[in-house]
Design a protein around this ligand. Structure first.
Ligand SMILES: Cc1ncc(COP(=O)(O)O)c(C=O)c1O
Length: 478
């Protein structure tokens, strides 16, 4: 009775007192504004092996630490090192986003902590998520039968799509060794990882030939499927890419969809990077046929500029996702009757989940769709500009960018080009003003320029070209 006496309010221990709350709001607001102010001149990359060591000086203890110390350690350990995904000069990997409205959406979602897993718990939160999913289904050209799930990223979304394919095809464990998956060398590695996670690590993987732009050759696919049928194998899953990670290549989706349909193969498209470029009217024809895919992955934390933690699986037929994910239990019985809205938990491996729709709904409502279209179109134009200008700066280039990723490298008159580019890359990283990453294709090391950060404009791209030209010229190789 002593510990539960009304005079004791333990919830106070986990709440902020009015004075502390005002102090925190001021601290956060100051930090927010300083962070944004520092972005244009700040580095895109800071390699610091000691980063985060200050955390060791702050082990968790019974009592709190002073707020200034907490902010200082966060700033030094996390914000002030590594790649800065918010920098307009970050051109590595597939850059992420981090728009402010999404951060506010997350804040409101977390503060109110609404449960968006089942309809009964919060029909409004569920309708909000479903509205976001419908908008995306509509964008890819799916009809009313379609649905999807907001997940944490492209890897989990690909896994969820592959599991839906496996279950729809009713493959049993004894079939796995004969089931065939068709993809290319350029398919993102998370697909192979997902196959293993889905229990299909021992299935047959066919790496279909590509053309000179790293897109799958449909004739090669057709031929290999016929061979596999002759061998008594089970052609099961075709993975198309709409924007590969290495070069942004888009497979011939229309042809692939028809081949898959003729052979009753599940057609899955990984559009984690490329998908939202559908918002740019002039690019829509590149994605023709994607609407025929059985499942599609898109990553709002890439080309919709959301903070990390947003991937989406869409399926042409909602039933397929439901079949893999629906489960129930007696303790969930209150949710079972009279619900006309689809519960996210029935279409996802997750039950209790982050309210992911909020950041998307809030941003799309606060900003409208138009800015996203304009910024994505700008990235395409910037990539075309970069492709031309980097050649003028003395670099060799890879294929013309299908979307916003270019490959380029320096080819010295003498010596090993791969070594020269590795050295150049190290110098770019040590300098840190810009950030680019590299890849190796058929033994050739390429530097990649992925233009996707919403703060990257002509000024930042010109700065990147000048920086790389200067560093190249400072190398003693000609
Ligand atoms: C084409 C493609 N697919 C899948 C992924 C994996 O997505 P995530 O990193 O969100 O798990 C990526 C990541 O860059 C990607 O570029």
């Amino acid at each position: 009775m002593n510990s539960i006496h009304p005079s004791k309010d333990f919830s106070d221990l986990l709440s902020l007192q009015p004075g502390d709350r005002s102090q925190l709001i001021k601290k956060v607001t100051d930090y927010y504004l300083q962070f944004l102010d520092g972005l244009p001149e700040g580095k895109a990359y800071l390699g610091d092996e000691d980063a985060g060591k200050a955390l060791g000086s702050m082990p968790f203890q019974e009592n709190p630490y002073p707020i200034d110390q907490i902010f200082e350690v966060f700033h030094q350990s996390v914000t002030e090192n590594g790649i800065n995904p918010c920098s307009g000069k970050h051109f590595g990997y597939v850059p992420g986003g981090g728009i402010e409205t999404a951060a506010w959406g997350d804040f409101l979602g977390a503060l109110t902590n609404r449960y968006s897993g089942v309809n009964f718990a919060n029909p409004g939160a569920v309708r909000m998520e479903n509205q976001v999913i419908s908008w995306m289904c509509n964008l890819v050209g799916y009809d009313q039968r379609s649905h999807g799930s907001l997940l944490s990223g492209g890897s989990i979304a690909n896994l969820t799509g592959i599991i839906a394919a496996r279950d729809h095809k009713e493959l049993k464990a004894r079939d796995f060794e004969r089931a065939v998956i068709y993809l290319t060398d350029e398919t993102h590695h998370c697909v192979q990882k997902a196959l293993r996670l889905a229990g299909m690590g021992e299935s047959v993987i066919r790496y279909v030939q590509m053309d000179e732009n790293f897109s799958m050759r449909p004739e090669a696919l057709e031929a290999i499927i016929k061979e596999d049928l002759g061998l008594g194998l089970i052609p099961f899953l075709l993975i198309g890419s709409a924007g590969t990670t290495n070069t942004g290549a888009i497979d011939p989706l229309d042809r692939l969809a028809d081949i898959a349909s003729n052979h009753k193969i599940w057609f899955h498209v990984d559009a984690a990077y490329g998908g939202f470029f559908l918002l740019v009217e002039a690019l829509r024809s590149k994605f023709k046929g994607m609407e025929k895919a059985d499942s599609i992955v898109m990553d709002p934390h890439k080309s919709l500029f959301m903070p990390y933690g947003s991937g989406v699986i869409l399926v042409r037929n909602a039933e397929h996702l439901f079949k893999s994910n629906y489960y129930t239990a007696a303790y969930l019985q209150d949710d079972m009757e009279g619900q006309d809205e689809r519960s996210p938990a029935d279409y996802s491996p997750e039950l209790t989940r982050h309210f992911r729709g909020m950041r998307l709904w809030f941003s799309l409502s606060m900003l409208g769709i138009s800015p996203f279209r304009q910024i994505l179109a700008e990235k395409i134009d910037l990539s075309h500009y970069f492709y031309r200008e980097i050649q003028n700066a003395g670099f060799e280039v890879g294929p013309f960018p299908a979307l916003s990723i270019s490959l380029f490298r320096y080819v010295p008159k003498e010596g090993d080009a791969n070594e020269a580019n590795t050295k150049l890359l190290t110098m770019i990283h040590e300098d840190g003003q810009i950030f680019v990453s590299s890849t190796t294709i058929l033994g050739v090391l390429w530097i990649r320029m992925a233009i996707l950060v919403f703060r990257a404009h002509l000024k930042e791209v010109d700065f990147a070209i000048k920086t790389m030209e200067k560093l190249k010229n400072s190398m003693n190789i000609h």
